[in-house]
Design a binder for this molecule. Structure first.
Ligand code: PEP
Length: 334
């Protein structure tokens, strides 16, 4: 099970009065959220005040960054122990603004991830490509490098305690969000990589959020993708009504589990889900339902097929390379 998670990143906005008021409104608007977990990440200066407001509520507290040392001569820095003391449960790490404006390196981010885990907090590791990198076809290369580096040296157990967010840099604060298919493709790729770096079980359980211009009117669309386990929200988390609406729209709906389109090509010899090689036509099931599979490749590593809701599976047919054939969830040709 991967319960949807919605995280609000307040960035460097709001003094104490605004932070308290926003936290109160979010708390009151989400008294008993069903099927979704919610966390807000105020600026450091408001953490204690917001912790007080949220005390006893279901809305969790997170921080936007931290240093990797527990204490010491690091002027201007905040340690994971300090954040734990304030009641934080997660810490955003590797946010694109930290990477690009403050030039944080993969190595520093990796030290922060390890430190946060050591102090019993959950890292929410953000990865994402710039517009130029996407134009050059480097999206998978970039996010793969960031995830490999961010998780370097972690035990399987620690990887399992991490949260991930795919945040394309070109979508952050621009009003241009990734399409559900673009998000699904990268999330699937990251899940495949999690399988390679950790285990198949890790790939099925790690929560991967999407972030980048999520608003109340596009949250439902992106979170219905099977591999999107919630959203990381910047601008729209600063207004309680929009953040509450996003949380509600991201909640898991009861009923049928989300499923992925199942495709295979009986002639292909090299197939994959993300980076995980599977035999042609193989079926992989995950905890959300049936997932799958393979399509033709001509030697190159196969891409990931975006998930489609069950409803659309009957009407859409997707293939790349040689013609694929539709199969049902038991692998029968349809
Ligand atoms: C973010 O800062 O993580 C973010 C996704 O911002 P926005 O929602 O404003 O694009």
């Amino acid at each position: 099970m991967r319960p949807p998670l919605v995280v609000g990143n307040w960035k460097m906005h709001g003094g104490l009065a605004e932070a308290r008021a926003l936290a109160q409104s979010v708390r009151d608007g989400l008294k008993r959220p069903r099927g979704v977990e919610v966390v807000v990440c105020p600026p450091f200066t408001a953490l204690a005040a917001v912790a007080e407001v949220l005390g006893g509520s279901v809305v969790g507290l997170g921080a936007q960054n931290c240093h990797w040392e527990p204490h010491g001569a690091f002027t201007g820095e905040i340690s994971p122990t300090m954040l734990a003391e304030l009641g934080c449960r997660l810490v955003l790490l590797g946010h694109s603004e930290r990477r690009h404006i403050f030039r944080e390196t993969d190595d520093e981010i990796n030290k922060k991830v390890a430190a946060v885990l050591r102090h019993g907090l959950q890292p929410l590791l953000c990865v994402g490509e710039t517009a130029e990198e996407r134009r050059q076809g480097l999206t998978f290369t970039v996010v793969e490098g960031q995830l490999r580096a961010g998780w370097a040296g972690l035990s399987l157990e620690d990887m399992g305690r991490c949260l991930l967010a795919y945040e394309p840099v070109w979508a952050i604060g621009t009003g241009v969000n990734a399409t559900p298919a673009q998000a699904a493709e990268v999330h699937g790729y990251l899940r495949g990589l999690a399988s390679e770096l950790g285990s198949k079980d890790l790939a099925q359980t790690v929560r991967i959020l999407y972030g980048g211009s999520v608003k109340a009117d596009n949250a439902a669309e992106v979170t219905q993708e099977p591999d999107v386990d919630g959203v990381l929200v910047g601008g729209a988390s600063l207004q309680a009504p929009s953040f509450i609406a996003i949380a509600k729209k991201s909640a898991a709906k009861g009923g049928a589990p989300k499923r992925r389109l199942l495709l295979c090509d009986p002639e292909s010899t090299s197939c994959a889900i993300g980076r995980t090689a599977v035999p042609p036509g193989a079926i992989e099931s995950n905890r959300l339902g049936i997932s799958a599979v393979s399509h033709s490749t001509t030697g190159a590593r196969s891409g990931y097929l975006p998930a489609l809701p069950l409803r659309q599976q009957r009407s859409r047919y997707v293939s790349r390379g040689r013609a694929g054939v539709r199969v049902d969830s038991r692998g029968r040709r349809g």
